[in-house]
Write a protein that binds this ligand. Structure first.
Ligand SMILES: NC(=O)c1ccc[n+]([C@@H]2O[C@H](COP(=O)([O-])OP(=O)(O)OC[C@H]3O[C@@H](n4cnc5c(N)ncnc54)[C@H](OP(=O)(O)O)[C@@H]3O)[C@@H](O)[C@H]2O)c1
Length: 311
């Protein structure tokens, strides 16, 4: 494999002896039909890492698209890496295994490569994914700790249907004590990260402890104005003959994180997979960007900033 091709196929070793494809496709897509076409297009473009969640309300469509895409492409289940996530209303230990089994059934899988707690916030258990009081305030569940939930997730690994477990939307302060207490250490930590929110301290902690940082919003959720129009990114893109999206994705992989992107057309799937190593000076220039901006407040509240309108 030439160096030009290396970045897009990079796999990062995980602490369970397996590895995670660095460049991943995220399935947070509001429309069911688009979920199916976008997932198929991503597989065809070369993506082998698929990030799902119970809360996205489209695991069934992702499962359908993956089954059809694998068969059409002559691929097997072992050629892809699939993640899904435990929603906040299922943090009570007795709810973890049933929630996990529900995801497996909808995704048409026998096992997942990675199961994440979607956020560290427990919501009132029940069928309503967004429980609120009369004033619109979220109803949290104070009767369960993150460690209680984590232990139930560890049992899933023990039973063999889940190859690795991890956490999403967590701060370093919450992660550290969980990491210390965990019998099975988290393999992956998924958080918002891009040049305006590099999460350097968290990345260093992950590197020191053998966890993989998995970045979402690498393109700043496509917001305008934003990262895709940043003058430093635009100038580098012009200089290296790549698009701003390709530059941002390459930067994320080059700094050692895994990354998720959600192209919804075949052309963008090809574009977002076609990343190549940035010259060192361009990489350093991005590291020197001073703008700081968090786009998604989910890490503070457990309430997702971006959730499909239909579920
Ligand atoms: N753990 C969490 O709480 C959490 C939160 C958010 C996301 N995620 C995960 O992360 C995944 C990635 O989400 P993201 O929002 O960060 O995806 P993203 O790919 O960084 O951003 C998606 C936005 O960028 C645009 N876009 C994609 N490719 C582009 C390109 N080549 N040029 C210009 N614009 C482009 C899209 O526009 P179009 O729609 O017009 O194509 C869309 O508006 C999600 O699917 C999900 O799996 C997790």
């Amino acid at each position: 494999m030439s160096e030009q091709n290396e970045l897009r196929y990079r796999k990062i070793p995980m602490n369970n002896g397996r590895s995670i494809p660095a460049l991943g496709f995220g399935t947070l897509i509001p429309d069911a039909a688009v979920t199916i076409t976008a997932t198929r297009d991503a597989l065809e473009a070369g993506f082998r890492h698929f990030d799902c969640a119970e809360r996205y309300g489209n695991e069934r469509e992702v499962g359908k698209a993956l089954q059809a895409g694998l068969a059409a492409g002559g691929l097997t289940r072992e050629d892809i890496f699939v993640t899904t996530k435990l929603w906040n209303t299922n943090h009570r230990p007795e709810r973890v295994a049933p929630a996990f089994e529900g995801s497996l059934e909808r995704l048409q899988l026998q096992c997942v490569d990675l199961y994440l707690s979607h956020t560290p916030f427990a919501f009132q258990p029940g069928d309503n994914p967004d429980p609120r009081d009369q004033n619109g305030n979220v109803l949290y569940d104070h009767g369960v700790t993150l460690l209680d939930t984590w232990k139930a997730m560890e049992s899933l690994v023990d039973h063999g249907k889940c190859r690795a477990i991890g956490l999403s939307d967590i701060t370093l302060d919450t992660l550290k004590p969980l990491y210390e207490s965990a019998r099975i250490k988290p393999a992956v930590v998924q958080v918002e990260s891009h040049p305006y929110l590099p999460e350097t301290e968290l990345l260093e902690f992950c590197e020191a402890t053998g966890m993989t940082l998995l970045a979402f919003a690498p393109l700043g959720h496509g917001m305008k104005p934003g990262l895709l129009g940043d003058p430093v990114i635009a100038a580098i893109a012009a200089r290296v003959g790549k698009t701003p999206a390709q530059v941002l994705l390459a930067w994320a992989v080059q700094r050692g994180t895994a990354v998720l992107t959600t192209p919804t057309t075949a052309a963008r799937a090809k574009e977002n997979f076609d990343i190549a190593r940035l010259p060192d000076d361009a990489f350093d220039e991005i590291n020197r960007i001073q703008t700081r901006q968090r786009l998604n407040p989910v890490v503070m509240t457990g309430v997702p900033g971006f959730i499909p309108k239909v579920s």
